[in-house]
Design a protein around this ligand. Structure first.
Ligand code: BEZ
Length: 395
């Protein structure tokens, strides 16, 4: 009989020796017993809509596949992390120590995720990152219990840089938020763009989550580069693209970025975003059966269009179901569970889903163009792009 230490101590107090003999001891979980999944996500601030879409995607996968979690029922426990790195440790501990969650899912902001992962790593807790791209999470700081259903920041950056070279661009200014995601995204972009012969004219940054873009836009107008590469997401991205259009820069300068610039904010941006080009591991009109079914079910359930964030939440729960099925619901069997998750391979709405040895998705990246409030698929930018950061040494 498999007995979790926490439950055994709760049942027997200090008299641990009597555990095995007692006929009243329950297994570490009973059929249908709740598994607590802690969601550390932003439900306020510039990334609030991203947290909401991820949560919806998770809920949708669970509602459609309740029988695929090894006999467990799932209870979600939510904490709003506010995308605030200084509060990340406190909020993670609320879930890990306070709620004693069995599984941790989080988060969106790279800085918050780095603090969260430190705690998760020490606790050995099954953890799935449904967005945050900090390269180190599946690089130098990788761990057997940490998985990502999204991307490493360098991946979309690299794919966008390659697509810009393929489009014949030769010079660019970068303009991003000044934190891990912006920096790593720009580095990935520069790798591909400079390898392809492109030249970086200037790097401009503003602090996260500042949305005062005007003075940088004026500077860009005076530089007149062929193109600008920008990492922004959520509410900040919507405002940026609208400010860009209002400044009438599109007449002479192309705006490019990783797909976060236009994903999930198409309607808010409206016609102002026509012509903005991005690269990402997902695009709404991907022609596969899983995507069509997913988008239809999502729209029906949430009266809203699905986004890349919803896909990442959906796939995070898919990954968890693979792990729990392998251990028949006993999340205490961590080694077996992690092995099954690491070897997971399934068809996602984004296309084929599998993980590298460092637990980061190896995936296709698509060139997209925003037109009439829709991101359109303009073809493959990079096929099966893997980890940019190769520092992972699994302990
Ligand atoms: C990040 O902080 O890693 C991130 C946030 C939003 C979109 C993409 C990446």
């Amino acid at each position: 009989m498999n007995i979790s230490r926490r439950k055994a101590l709760a049942l027997t107090g200090a008299a641990g020796a009597s555990i095995v003999a007692s006929p009243f001891i329950r297994p570490s979980w009973a059929a249908g017993e709740e598994l607590k999944v802690g969601l550390l996500l932003p439900y306020s601030g510039t990334y609030a809509k991203l947290g909401e879409a991820i949560t919806n995607g998770m809920q949708l996968f669970y509602d459609q596949n309740k029988d695929k979690f090894g006999g467990r029922t799932i209870k979600f426990v939510k904490v709003d992390d506010e995308s605030a790195p200084p509060k990340a440790t406190e909020y993670t501990n609320k879930l890990v120590l306070g709620e004693k969650v069995d599984v941790l899912m989080g988060t969106v902001h790279s800085g918050v995720a780095l603090a969260m992962a430190k705690i998760a790593r020490e606790a050995g807790l099954p953890t799935i990152i449904p967005n945050a791209g900090a390269n180190d999470l599946t690089g130098g700081l990788c761990a057997p219990n940490i998985f990502r259903s999204s991307f490493a920041n360098g991946q979309p950056g690299f794919a966008t840089g390659k697509a810009m070279i393929d489009a014949g661009l030769k010079e660019a200014v970068t303009f991003t938020w000044r934190y891990a995601a912006g920096k790593e995204s720009v580095n990935g972009f520069k790798d591909a763009f400079t390898q392809g012969g492109g030249k970086i004219i200037k790097d401009i940054t503003i602090p996260f989550p500042n949305v005062q873009f005007q003075s940088a836009l004026a500077e860009i107008a005076s530089i007149k580069p062929q193109a600008v590469y920008s990492f922004y997401a959520g509410g900040g991205a919507a405002k940026y693209v609208k400010d860009w259009a209002a400044a009438k820069l599109s007449d002479n300068i192309q705006l490019w970025g990783p797909g976060f610039l236009t994903d999930g904010v198409e309607k808010v941006i409206g016609k102002a975003g026509d012509g903005v080009k991005t690269a990402l591991h997902y695009v709404d009109d991907l022609d596969n059966a899983e995507n069509k079914a997913f988008r239809e079910a999502y729209a029906k359930a949430f009266k809203n269009n699905a986004s890349v964030y919803a896909v990442q939440g959906f796939d995070a729960m898919h990954l968890l179901s693979v792990g729990l099925q392998a251990v028949k619901g006993d999340a205490g069997k961590r080694k077996e569970m992690f092995e099954a998750m690491g070897a997971a391979s399934f068809n996602s709405p984004r296309g084929p889903f599998k993980l590298s040895k460092s637990h980061n998705p190896v995936q296709n990246f698509y060139l997209r163009e925003l037109k009439d409030s829709k991101n359109h698929n303009r073809g493959l930018a990079v096929k099966a792009l893997g980890d940019i950061n190769k520092d992972c040494k699994m302990g």
